[in-house]
Design a protein around this ligand. Sequence first.
Ligand code: KG4
Ligand code: ZN
Length: 357
Amino acid sequence: MKKNALILGIESSCDETAAAILEESDEGLPKLLSNIVSSQTEIHKKFGGVVPELAARSHLDKIDFIVNKAILESGKKLKDIDAISVTAGPGLIVCLSVGLNFGKALAMTLKKPFIAVNHLEGHALSPKIITELKYPYLLLLISGGHSQYLAVKNFGKYKRLGTTIDDALGEAFDKTAKLLGIKFPGGYLIEKLAKKGNKDRFFLPKPIINKGGCNLSFAGLKTAVLKISKTLKNKQDKYDLAASFQKTIEEILIKKTKIAFNEFKKINTKSNNIFVIAGGVAANNKIRENLERLSLEENFKPIFPPRNLCGDNAAMIAMAGLERYKLKKFNKLDYPAKPRWPLDKKATFLKGAGVKL
Ligand code: KG4
Ligand code: ZN
């Protein structure tokens, strides 16, 4: 009898040390047997951002324990694992190297295939852990390092439709949180504060809202938040700024998503349109509600990963690993860490001031 593939996923691209075990299933959806995520929030909090050297040291301290815990909780044995999939990029090179070296050593010892996974592909495929997902689909990837609209034409075939020309959306959330006195990474607390505030109190700009297709920009918005934050006098003022920021982001995403829908329809020849929203910021309730409503209005089927699979995790790395395993897409053990690794290799670099859109 054919044994169902058992994949170990390892993630260490930034400040989460994570490992997961995913089992292929005959009935369709794979089974997530364990999913361990250890966050380094406490280490980086006092510095207001991720310190690469400290992050790498913490990964080194914990990786052995986290991988063992994932195997233990899965109820399987190390020898049962069929392949080891590891995030090889994009991310912080010192952090990526920890997971990569650990995974490669394990693959060599167990004499099992090694699979290098693109972290962004992990986010892109994360809904597949809980639901069926057919190609092609439109993907909005919103995380701490990336904000992009991509047409996912097939497995591994991406066309970027739009990207941020400056800050990532998660970064904008985290910076706004910092200006409101919330310790890093406070992005997720913005929506909590926003609930107590008046969303119409402060006017905030929506950079490149009427130009640049579905490209995004958040730097000007951040500067406006910085200016207003200096005038705040009490708690209610903070709540009002959080609410105004959250509302502005929702409006930007609605407008830009409508444009992305149209761009996607030019590529998608099938009648069904699917819209996947993934990455850490996809855990934001109001963003979910707004994009869900818009999708239904515009005849798109919205798909979100569950909230615990929006932020960085190794289950999504195992998922991408399983897809590659089925296609026998294995990698050699000299595979390098790739700090920059765009999903659409043909897309031009769109960063910085002076970009003409
Ligand atoms: O995907 P992720 O865990 O890491 C990267 O690959 O970057 O995303 C982390 C980002 C952080 O900026 C965090 O503040 C943001 O996702 N985030 C949120 C929420 N939860 C996490 N932003 C807005 N609302 C949330 N509920
Ligand atoms: Zn991520």
